[in-house]
Design a binder for this molecule. Structure first.
Ligand code: ADP
Length: 359
């Protein structure tokens, strides 16, 4: 027997003795009161006086009676505790032991009505729900690790393969340039992926505290759009803006610039050369609404809100063009800033992403 177990046993013996003392005191008090009442009524009605010897005998008998009655109460109480308290506590403890070992699939069965204190069933419900949440978080974590590893593998193998080709002695300058370009592009993709993972991690762990200030939203949108000027000129795309003037919001400009850059970069990425991109800003008393529309490939009807999931990409053939984290970041920022984000899309026709920022 371990020191802990011996300690536990001593504690339970002491608790039983304490309970016995309490039962004894209560029973002694109750029996004495009853006796006194009985004797005084008897003397009053019959006038019979008890001898000292008889009183002593009765006192001894009563003392033994009280001891026996207290013992019976103690045994009943111990049995009651064993069934209604110790049993559920044991089940709960064994479940926590399993959870501590990493088994989040365990659940405790509820006790039939009336067999234990009803409070235990409420505790069991809460514990089962917590275990379910934990197992959900664990699945997300393992999925995330699998996704990250998968995303890291592709550019790494590209780098490896082209590095092998580059190491050959007899390659032309043209080929060398091509292979070096592929290595640079793959390493850029890796950097982008890792930067996005870190950003998302910071946003999810609330390590980024939004620093809100009132700023001109229209100006910010124009600045972000201008960042894509080279691309729209090179790809001969049409840009339309419908931006209301002097719309101010109180928000974190840095976080929202991340949102606009991601939405615009997707709009350019998923629209063919010569297509059209429209940026609009309108406001009422409650909200400022920004929408980014494109005439690109659009989303399949069955995709739904999945585009906001981490690493989701509708078409794996497009995976070379991104890492599926952009919209997860956008959604996270929107949640932190209490903004709403919606998407309307028609497959093959284009998409419109709308962000509503509370003013
Ligand atoms: P990615 O890095 O692949 O762009 P995102 O999280 O930004 O990752 O987007 C997830 C997926 O949502 C994209 O792979 C694409 O399938 C779809 N998507 C996002 N924006 C658009 C858009 N404007 N038009 C069509 N599909 C889009």
């Amino acid at each position: 027997m371990t020191v802990k177990e011996t300690d536990g046993r001593i504690r339970s013996i002491l608790a039983a003795l304490k309970n016995y003392a309490v039962f004894f005191a209560v029973a002694a008090f109750a029996v004495t009161c009853c006796m006194l009442l009985f004797l005084s009524t008897m003397i009053e009605t019959t006038g019979v006086e008890l001898t000292e010897d008889a009183i002593q005998k009765a006192a001894k008998l009563t003392f033994v009676n009280v001891m026996v009655i207290s013992l019976i109460f103690l045994i009943i109480d111990l049995l009651r505790r064993k069934i209604t308290v110790d049993r559920p506590v044991k089940r709960i403890v064994s479940m926590f032991e399993k959870i501590m070992q990493g088994d989040f699939g365990v659940r405790i069965e509820r006790f039939p009505f009336g067999t234990v204190d009803s409070g235990f069933n409420t505790i069991i419900d809460y514990i089962n729900r917590s275990a379910e949440e934990l197992s959900h978080v664990e699945t997300l974590r393992t999925d995330f690790i699998a996704d990250v590893s998968h995303e890291l593998k592709t550019p790494l193998s590209v780098i490896q393969n082209y590095a092998v080709l580059l190491s050959a002695k007899d390659i032309s300058d043209e080929k060398r340039e091509e292979y070096a370009g592929a290595v640079i592009a793959a390493s850029k993709k890796l950097t982008e992926l890792i930067t996005n993972i870190l950003k998302l991690n910071k946003l999810e762990n609330q390590q980024i505290f939004p620093s809100c200030k009132a700023y001109n939203l229209g100006e910010q949108l124009c600045e972000c759009l201008l960042g894509f000027e080279n691309e729209w000129e090179k790809r001969q795309m049409e840009i339309e803006t419908d931006i209301e003037e002097d719309i101010y919001v109180s928000a974190d400009p840095e976080l929202f610039s991340l949102v606009w850059n991601n939405l615009l970069s997707n709009a350019f990425k998923f629209t063919e050369d010569g297509g059209k991109i429209t940026v609009a800003l309108h406001a009422d008393k409650e909200y400022a609404s920004v929408s980014v529309s494109d005439t690109g490939c659009g989303l399949k009807p069955e995709t739904g809100g999945r585009i906001f999931e981490k690493f989701y990409q509708e078409d794996s053939s497009r995976s070379s063009r991104g890492n599926g984290l952009g919209l997860a970041l956008v959604k996270r920022v929107a949640d932190i800033m209490k903004a709403e984000i919606d998407v309307e899309s028609e497959y093959g026709m284009g998409s419109t992403f709308t962000v509503r920022i509370p003013r």
